[in-house]
Design a protein around this ligand. Structure first.
Ligand SMILES: NC(=O)c1ccc[n+]([C@@H]2O[C@H](COP(=O)([O-])OP(=O)(O)OC[C@H]3O[C@@H](n4cnc5c(N)ncnc54)[C@H](O)[C@@H]3O)[C@@H](O)[C@H]2O)c1
Length: 205
């Protein structure tokens, strides 16, 4: 007799950004173990392929896509839905970090970090408000950071982009509640991923 598994993701299609590395890759692996079909999104095709090989099950796909191209996100979602059906889950784990003191941070730095970390996710969610793209009862999870609430020198732009996420998800959650869609963010502390290794290597005294 099959026992009921409340954590089963069988029959669900989940889009994970940042799936070529670190937290996004691990989220994809874990969701696949729970039975989901994964749509992996990141820039590097070779590393996406590596993630694909780490997944349980076989019906997964990947797309190489640069999240800075905010204006192309609507067409990108249409393509995913057209090729794989409506989406049930979205994990936004793509992110970039730049450690620089405020006096060296240009508005270009803020803009790029905001685009990848926050605005691209907001654009996905904007289009998920269309029932043609995202199923009722689904889940949306954005990876923020403890930096959004804990002050550390050099992280003004990064922290601001993560604060944008943690502020935005509350009204988003209220608006999506009528469709029984959960919107959450997670604020991890330090996890030794490629992003964190780059940060540690690039810091001077
Ligand atoms: N590692 C930590 O200690 C830590 C702590 C708190 C929050 N976070 C957050 O967790 C998330 C994942 O971080 P990670 O440590 O796994 O980093 P990582 O560098 O290992 O992975 C980042 C992912 O984002 C993707 N990405 C970056 N720019 C992109 C773009 N323009 N278009 C498409 N994809 C892009 C990369 O391809 C990669 O797949 C990030 O949002 C990060 O800010 C990490």
């Amino acid at each position: 007799m099959d026992s009921f598994n409340p954590f089963s993701l069988s029959g669900k299609t989940i889009v994970v950004t940042g799936a070529s590395s670190g937290i996004g890759r691990q989220c994809a692996i874990d969701c696949s173990k729970m039975g989901a079909r994964l749509i992996l999104v990141a820039r590097n095709e070779e590393r996406l392929q590596e993630t694909l090989c780490m997944l349980s099950g076989s019906e997964h796909f990947y797309y190489s896509f640069d999240l800075c191209l905010i204006e192309s996100i609507k067409d990108f979602i249409s393509k995913i839905v057209c090729e794989h059906g409506k989406i049930d889950g979205f994990v936004h784990a793509a992110g970039i970090e730049k450690t620089l003191p405020v006096k060296l941070l240009s508005y270009h730095d803020y803009e790029k970090i905001y685009r990848v970390n926050a605005i691209s996710a907001f654009e996905f969610i904007h289009h998920f408000s269309n029932k043609e793209y995202f199923n009722n009862g689904g889940h949306i999870v954005l990876i923020a950071s403890i930096s959004s609430i804990v002050g550390r020198k050099g992280l003004a732009a990064y922290a601001a982009s993560k604060g944008a996420i943690t502020s935005a998800i509350r009204p988003m959650a209220l608006e999506f509640a009528k469709r029984n869609i959960c919107v959450n963010s997670i604020s991890p502390g330090t996890i030794l991923t490629p992003l964190m290794q780059d940060v540690l290597h690039s810091l001077s005294e």
